[in-house]
Ligand binder design. Structure first.
Ligand code: PRX
Length: 654
């Protein structure tokens, strides 16, 4: 293996900065630094060229960009179909029998299931006809509640084919969470399965689906048979996937969609207790998905790409569906857990399928670091040539470990910063250009502009911590609104600095000219193991338990997960106990799902309040982070702080 990157200690303070080797530069799609300047001179023309070169359009747009903030549009009047771009156009080329999706299952269930582009084409066409046979038309919403099986991608693409926006809900979310999202989207149909395997055991998903659809607008439930377990069945409403597919025609004409027609809605957590439906449209989103996939991961036809995200998150949408499939890549889609049947599973998959580009979250890296190197040493990881991360800030130790142990010091690390709202990556180094700096995501993707501002909106220079914003023209993949909630859209993203800047809710600082280091959320959103959670959602769930009088949830640092929820709980009556702790935790799991389980429940006699009666979350946050508490003069009940310090094991003495 030749060295793909050179380790150059360029800046003592940053303790090492990587630049791409000549070989990496030669192979990379982009290796000329001037791309940034070129794109920045005229971002609209830059993106218009990208849209024209990357995608197939039925009709070219009349105007590339229009901005009436807080709204903006891309490729106005342009017509295309996202599914056609991800599937049909490849089957007209040699890629017809290229592997599109290698669906890897748990070991007892192997061999894996590989779908070529032609297989995918047939399945998607048939499923599009299935949806049509159920009366789904352009504009109708379809909810999808599926685990990591290729039917998830098939269902999403089938929706895109007929112009029905999909709303995918993470399969580990609870029935209640699914119901909320179905109700908000007014979905006409739900696509789910009987169950899936988790660490060898079948999990029943249909039960949750049944509970969720009751009393909603869902008329039909399509159920894929994955495990063959017993399920409840509601005649007339429930249909087996395979039975409908057996009757479906082989071809479905793709709907001609407007560039600004909605491609999907994806619910994510904001600062309120209610998840918000982020709207993504077709032409701009797909342009960003295509080019960020191609350039960030430098995907070529001989690459095998593995993005470990769940399909229920935006990373799964953009980098397990619309990005890799629109560029015609081969991808791994893994159904199982990283530690089943043992802690070598991820490395075994990389070895077995010759994965070349691996994209995961820092939490995963920290977790496998903790499992020890012996698990890696058993496997040949030499096919890897590029590594990438997403979802949360990566600490230096994890970055170095990823670089040295997984990448064998030859792979660049592409730390991609973005959000559900941005649709695709926005800040990261490009593999053929660099630099790759531990803990620093990198530069704005060509054709996008970001700045770090202070509270007043003044642009900050090098090494000053502030707030990250995006400036006009806004990336083509950016959200176009919050479903049924224009006020929240305006309030969340455009009110902080007036209408000129999109507020990301992230802290950042510029290092080395135009490279950004991201420092985490500045609002009440947590990133727990890379999953986005709102403290308010967890508070609402805990508040719904009978024994709880009031509760405040804050984020606490966690060695592996990055952050984790701590809940300060005051009881109505009765005494704290281990049973009650468990009961409250189980209650959260039932209401929201296991990813939202608090790490600690701290039973307090009182929580700090202002004189007007509001909980002082600032104090609780400092307690959780072991940081100085600061001024307590405005607290109505300062005596409770000492009690809380004891309860949490607070050590800070300043
Ligand atoms: O705080 C940032 C963090 O994840 C948030 C967005 O979360 P979500 O919408 O779930 O999307 C995750 C996948 C794109 C951001 O506001 N974040 C994401 N990527 C990074 C990051 N923080 C630091 N470094 C990153 N590379």
């Amino acid at each position: 293996m030749t060295e793909a990157v050179k380790w150059v200690v360029e800046d003592a303070k940053e303790k090492g900065i990587l630049w791409p080797s000549d070989e990496l530069k030669r192979k990379a799609w982009v290796s000329d630094e001037s791309i940034y300047e070129l794109a920045d001179k005229d971002p609209v023309t830059f993106w218009a060229t990208r849209a024209r070169v990357g995608l197939d359009w039925y009709k070219e747009w009349d105007k590339a960009y229009e901005e009436k903030l807080p709204y903006f549009k891309w490729f106005i009047g342009g017509k295309l179909n996202a599914c056609y771009n991800c599937v049909d156009r490849h089957i007209k080329t040699w890629r017809r029998n290229k592997a599109a999706i290698i669906g890897v299952r748990e070991p007892f269930d192997e061999p894996s299931r590989t779908l070529t582009y032609y297989d995918l084409y047939r399945e998607v066409n048939k499923f599009a006809n299935v949806l049509k046979s159920l009366g789904i038309k352009k504009g109708d919403r379809v909810s999808i509640y599926l685990p990591m099986i290729p039917e998830a991608q098939i269902a999403m693409l089938a929706c895109a084919r007929i112009g029905a926006p999909h709303s995918v809900v993470f399969s580990a979310f609870s029935a209640e969470s699914l119901k909320d999202r179905i109700m908000d989207a007014d979905s006409k149909a739900l696509v789910t399965c009987d169950g899936y395997y988790r660490r060898g055991h079948p999990v029943n998903l249909k039960n949750n689906a049944d509970e969720a659809v009751n009393g909603t607008s869902v008329k039909d439930v399509v159920v894929f048979k994955r495990t063959g377990q017993e399920v409840n069945w509601v005649e007339a409403r429930d249909h087996w996937w395979h039975e409908l597919m057996a009757k479906a025609d082989l071809y479905c004409e793709p709907e001609v969609m407007d560039s600004e027609d909605v491609l999907y809605i994806l619910y994510t957590s904001g600062t309120t207790g209610k998840p918000k439906g982020v709207i993504h449209t077709t032409g701009g989103y797909l342009t960003q998905a295509y080019w960020t996939t191609k350039w960030d991961f430098d995907l070529h036809d001989d690459d095998v790409f593995w993005c470990t995200s769940d399909i229920g998150w935006v990373t799964g949408h953009t980098y397990n569906v619309y990005g890799p499939l629109s560029v015609g890549a081969t991808q791994i889609f893994y159904e199982g857990a990283p530690d089943y049947p043992d802690r070598g599973r991820v490395w075994q998959i990389i070895e077995k399928y010759g994965v070349t580009v691996f994209y995961t979250a820092p939490t995963m890296i920290r977790m496998v670091m903790g499992w020890g190197e012996e698990w890696l040493e058993k496997y040949d990881l030499s096919t890897l040539r590029l590594l990438a991360t997403v979802g949360e800030p990566i600490n230096r130790d994890a970055w170095m470990w990823y670089f040295e142990k997984i990448g064998g010091k030859r792979c660049p690390i592409i730390d991609t910063w973005w959000q559900t709202e941005t649709g695709g990556t926005l800040i990261n180094a490009l593999p053929g250009i660099g630099p790759f700096i531990p803990t620093v995501a990198g530069r704005s993707f060509p054709g996008t502009r970001h700045e770090v501002l202070d509270e007043e909106g003044k642009s900050l220079g090098i090494d000053k911590g502030g707030y990250l914003v995006q400036k006009s023209p806004f990336g083509p993949g950016m959200l176009r609104g919050i479903y049924k909630n224009p006020d929240m859209y305006q309030e969340n993203y455009w009110s902080q600095y007036g209408n000129g800047a999109y507020f990301t809710s992230d802290g950042a600082r510029l290092v080395k000219k135009d490279n950004f280091r991201l420092t985490g959320r500045v609002d009440d959103v947590m990133k727990v193991a890379g999953h986005r959670l709102s403290t308010a959602e967890v508070e609402n769930a805990i508040g719904g338990h009978d024994a709880v009088a009031e509760c405040a949830v804050v984020s606490a640092p966690h060695k592996i997960k990055g952050e984790t929820p701590w809940a300060f709980v005051r009881l109505k009556s009765g005494e704290p106990s281990d049973e009650l702790t468990k009961e409250i935790m189980d209650h959260v799991v039932k209401v929201l799902g296991p990813t939202c389980r608090p790490d600690r429940i701290i039973f307090a006699k009182a929580v700090p309040r202002t004189r007007s009666g509001k909980i002082m979350r600032r104090i609780l946050k400092s307690l959780a982070k072991d940081e100085p508490i600061g001024d307590i003069a405005t607290i109505e009940n300062p005596e409770c702080v000492e009690e809380l310090k004891k309860l949490v094991g607070y050590k800070e003495t300043t």
